[in-house]
Design a protein around this ligand. Structure first.
Ligand SMILES: NC(=O)c1ccc[n+]([C@@H]2O[C@H](COP(=O)([O-])OP(=O)(O)OC[C@H]3O[C@@H](n4cnc5c(N)ncnc54)[C@H](OP(=O)(O)O)[C@@H]3O)[C@@H](O)[C@H]2O)c1
Length: 185
C-alpha cells in the first residue's frame, strides 16, 4: 500500500516528546504516505496537548464507547470532538450487548434496566438489541462512527439497517437513564 487514508497514534506514549511526534507526522504527510492523522484512546487533555504541538490537524479519536462503557459521553471526550470537529470512532461499539464487553462497568441492576429498555425499543422499532444499540450511538451529535467487525454478511446488513431507525430523543434518554440507573436530574 502506497498511502494510508488515516493513521492513528495508539495509546499515547507518556514519555514521547510531542515535537518528535510532530516531526514524524509532518514527514509522513509531506511524503504523501498518510492523508489524515488521529489518535487512539486519547484523553481530552492528550488531544489538546498534541493538537497544540503537532503541525497537522488531528481529525479522529478512537475510543471505547458502548452502552456499558459510557465515559466518553461525560468525561469531555465527545464534547471535545464536537468542539474541534474531531470524528469519534467507537471501538467495541456493541460491547455488553452483542458480546461480552471488556469488563463490566454497569451494576447488575443497571444492566437489567438496560436490557429491559433495549427489548422494549427493539420491539417498537422492529429490530433487535444490537440494532437499538447502534441507533443509540448514531443519535449522538458528534457523529460517532461505530467500528463494528463481522464475518457474517447478514450482521453487516442488519447493522446498516440500524442507520434508518427513526430513533428519537426520548428513545435515547430512556436508554441512557436505564444505563445510569436513575432519571436525569
Ligand atoms: N483503539 C483500540 O484500542 C481498539 C480496541 C479494539 C478494537 N479496535 C478496532 O476496532 C475495529 C473493529 O474491531 P473488531 O473487528 O474486534 O470488531 P467488534 O465489532 O468489536 O467485534 C467483532 C466481533 O463481534 C461479533 N459481532 C459482530 N456483530 C455481532 C452481532 N450483531 N451480534 C453478536 N456478535 C457480533 C463478531 O462475530 P462474527 O464475525 O461472528 O459476526 C466478532 O467476533 C478494528 O479496526 C480494531 O482495530 C480498536
Amino acid at each position: 500500500m502506497e498511502r494510508l487514508d488515516s493513521l492513528l497514534l495508539h495509546r499515547i506514549d507518556l514519555l514521547a516528546d510531542p515535537d518528535d511526534v510532530s516531526a514524524v507526522f509532518a514527514n509522513l504527510h509531506a511524503s504523501g504516505k498518510v492523508a489524515a492523522f488521529g489518535l487512539s484512546n486519547a484523553s481530552p487533555a492528550q488531544v489538546r496537548m498534541l493538537a497544540a504541538r503537532v503541525r497537522v490537524p488531528l481529525l479522529i479519536n478512537q475510543v471505547e464507547i458502548n452502552l456499558d462503557r459510557i465515559d466518553a459521553l461525560i468525561d469531555g471526550t465527545l464534547d471535545q470532538c464536537l468542539e474541534r470537529r474531531i470524528s469519534p470512532q467507537a471501538w467495541c461499539p456493541i460491547g455488553g450487548v452483542g458480546y461480552t464487553a471488556w469488563g463490566r462497568f454497569a451494576s447488575p441492576a443497571q444492566w437489567r434496566l438496560v436490557e429491559t429498555e433495549l427489548d422494549r425499543q427493539a420491539k417498537r422499532h422492529s429490530t433487535d438489541r444490537v440494532g437499538i444499540n447502534l441507533a443509540w450511538l448514531l443519535r449522538h451529535p458528534a457523529k460517532i462512527v461505530p467500528l463494528l467487525g463481522s464475518t457474517k454478511p447478514e450482521r453487516i446488513r442488519a447493522a446498516l439497517a440500524s442507520t434508518t431507525i427513526p430513533y428519537s430523543r426520548d428513545d435515547w434518554y430512556n436508554l441512557y437513564e436505564a444505563r445510569r440507573g436513575q432519571a436525569m436530574p
